[in-house]
Design a protein around this ligand. Structure first.
Ligand code: PAF
Length: 284
C-alpha cells in the first residue's frame, strides 16, 4: 500500500489503476482507525478492485470549542490497519494541500436541509464542512463507490442527499456499525473516556434496544417514549443532546403510521460526545 500526500500523486495513482480497468472504491476517514474503519475498507475491497482510503482531520467540520487540536493522529498504526484490511492507496494530505487558499472565503457545499436537525442544530456548520470535504475528495478521486459508516446515520443521509441533489456519479454504500462486546459503538472518540465512563457508555445502546422493543410491542407515543429514556439517560450520568425517534429516510419526527424508523441519540459522557442509532423496520 502506497501513501501519498498530494492531489497530484493521488490522481496519478488512481489514473494508473483506472487505465488497468479497475473500479475505484473510496473510504474517507479522519484516522485513528478501529475495526469499524477496517470493515469499511474490507467492504470496499469486496466491491471495488482498487481501494483508496483518505485520512484527513478536516478543520472545516469542527466547531470553535470542539476537539480539532486534540483529535488523535495515529498515522503509523492507521497505515498498518489499512494494509491489513486490503487498502491499495492511502491519501493523507496536510491542511495546506486540501485548502491551499485557506478556509476563509472558500467555495463550500451547503448540506441539505436535513442537516439543520439533530447533530446539525447542536454543531452549526458541521455538515457543510463534511459535504465540502467529501465533495472535494469525490472530485480528487472520482471513485465508482464510496463507503461510510451507519454509526454516523445523519452524515450518511446528508451525503446521500448531496450525491442525489448534485448528480455526483458515485454509489454510496452504508456499512453497519461495529460494536464492542458490550454494545458500545466503536468510535475514535471512545479513547477519550476514562475507565469509569467507558463502563457506563454502553447504556446508550441498551436504551436504543429498549425503545425498539417497546415500539415492536406496540408503543406509538414516540415523544413520550423518548422523554422517558432521555430522563433515564440523564440519571445514569450522561448529558444528552437529543434522543429522537425519526422516519429513517426523511429524518422527520416519526409518526404512528411510519414503518421505517430510526432511533437516534447523542449524549456527552464527561466531555466526550457519543452518538448512536438503531434503524428498525415495522411490519405493516
Ligand atoms: O466520518 C468521518 O470520519 C468524517 O466526517 C468524514 C466523512 C471522513 C469527512 O471528514
Amino acid at each position: 500500500m502506497n501513501t501519498v500526500k498530494t492531489v497530484r500523486e493521488l490522481r496519478a495513482a488512481v489514473a494508473r489503476a483506472r487505465s488497468e480497468g479497475k473500479q475505484i472504491g473510496l473510504v474517507p476517514t479522519m484516522g485513528n482507525l478501529h475495526s469499524g474503519h477496517a470493515a469499511l475498507v474490507t467492504t470496499a475491497a469486496q466491491q471495488a478492485d482498487f481501494v483508496v482510503a483518505s485520512i484527513f482531520v478536516n478543520p472545516l467540520q469542527f466547531g470553535a470549542n470542539e476537539d480539532l487540536d486534540t483529535y488523535p493522529r495515529t498515522l503509523a498504526a492507521d497505515q498498518e490497519t489499512l494494509l491489513q484490511a486490503g487498502c491499495n492507496l492511502l491519501f493523507a494530505p496536510a491542511v495546506e494541500e486540501m485548502y491551499p487558499h485557506g478556509m476563509t472565503g472558500l467555495t463550500r457545499v451547503t448540506a441539505a436541509q436535513l442537516s439543520n436537525e439533530l447533530c446539525g442544530s447542536r454543531r452549526p456548520g458541521h455538515f457543510d464542512g463534511v459535504t465540502t470535504v467529501v465533495s472535494k475528495l469525490f472530485n480528487m478521486v472520482q471513485p465508482d463507490l464510496a463507503i461510510f459508516g451507519q454509526k454516523d446515520y445523519q452524515q450518511l443521509a446528508v451525503i446521500r442527499a448531496m450525491v442525489s441533489d448534485l448528480n455526483i456519479p458515485v454509489q454510496i454504500i452504508g456499512e453497519p456499525t461495529v460494536r464492542a462486546d458490550d454494545g458500545l459503538a466503536l468510535s475514535s472518540r471512545n479513547g477519550y473516556l476514562t475507565d469509569e465512563q467507558r463502563q457506563v457508555a454502553p447504556a446508550l445502546y441498551r436504551h436504543l434496544g429498549q425503545i425498539a422493543k417497546a415500539i415492536k410491542d406496540g408503543e406509538r407515543d414516540y415523544p413520550e417514549l423518548a422523554r422517558q429514556h432521555l430522563a433515564s439517560i440523564k440519571a445514569e450520568g450522561f448529558r444528552p443532546d437529543y434522543l429522537e425517534i425519526r422516519h429513517a429516510q426523511t429524518l422527520l419526527p416519526a409518526t404512528a403510521e411510519d414503518r421505517d424508523i430510526v432511533i437516534l441519540v447523542a449524549a456527552f459522557m464527561g466531555s466526550t460526545r457519543l452518538i448512536d442509532n438503531l434503524h428498525m423496520g415495522l411490519d405493516s
